[in-house]
Ligand binder design. Structure first.
Ligand code: FMN
Length: 155
């Protein structure tokens, strides 16, 4: 089983979230690949069972500029037989808290990939309680991916 994590981070909060996810996936025996979103291509997801986006939110609930190409390319891209998950950091001082997370979730639903866990939204830097949520997020995704792979094997 393999997970690819694509992340956008300006001041490091989402990079830290991505690193926590890597550690959690590795603990579950899942191989991981990590890439910054501006160096990533939608094809990076092709060889993975698990597709993860980690993103901050900018301006009025916008997707970061460096994530826009990937966001566009994901539109109806075929990611069937894959599991996805989205998480990210935001700031509740802004009206549209972590809206980029919601936007990516919606976009990934157009790809045929199956949502493996509820999206996780984190206030700025991930604290202990957030780490717990991220661990549950990864567990749920790994379980969903295992179920999907078992089904595919039996078909
Ligand atoms: C100009 C600006 C606009 C922002 N707009 C939003 C927003 O609309 N919603 C939100 O939840 N956070 C917003 N944020 C907060 C960032 O998403 C937050 O600081 C996040 O932790 C940054 O993640 P990073 O450290 O990975 O870059 C904004 C930050 C800046 C500087």
């Amino acid at each position: 089983m393999k997970a690819t994590i694509l992340y956008a981070s300006m001041t490091g909060n989402d990079e830290e979230i991505a690193n926590i996810l890597i550690s959690d996936f590795n603990q579950s025996g899942v191989a991981t690949e990590l890439k910054e979103i501006d160096e990533a291509d939608v094809k990076d997801f092709d060889a993975s069972d698990i597709c993860i986006i980690v993103t901050y939110t900018y301006d009025d609930g916008d997707i970061p500029e460096e994530a826009l190409d990937l966001y566009d390319d994901l539109d109806h891209y075929d990611l069937s037989n894959k599991i996805f998950g989205v998480c990210g950091s935001g700031d509740t001082c802004y009206g549209d808290f972590c809206m980029a997370v919601d936007k990516f979730e919606k976009r990934l639903l157009t790809t045929g990939a199956q949502k493996g866990a509820d999206s996780v939204k984190i206030e700025l830097y991930p604290e202990e309680e957030d780490k717990e949520k991220l661990m549950q997020f990864v567990q749920s995704i790994v379980n969903s991916a295992q179920t999907m792979l078992d089904k595919l094997q039996h078909n």
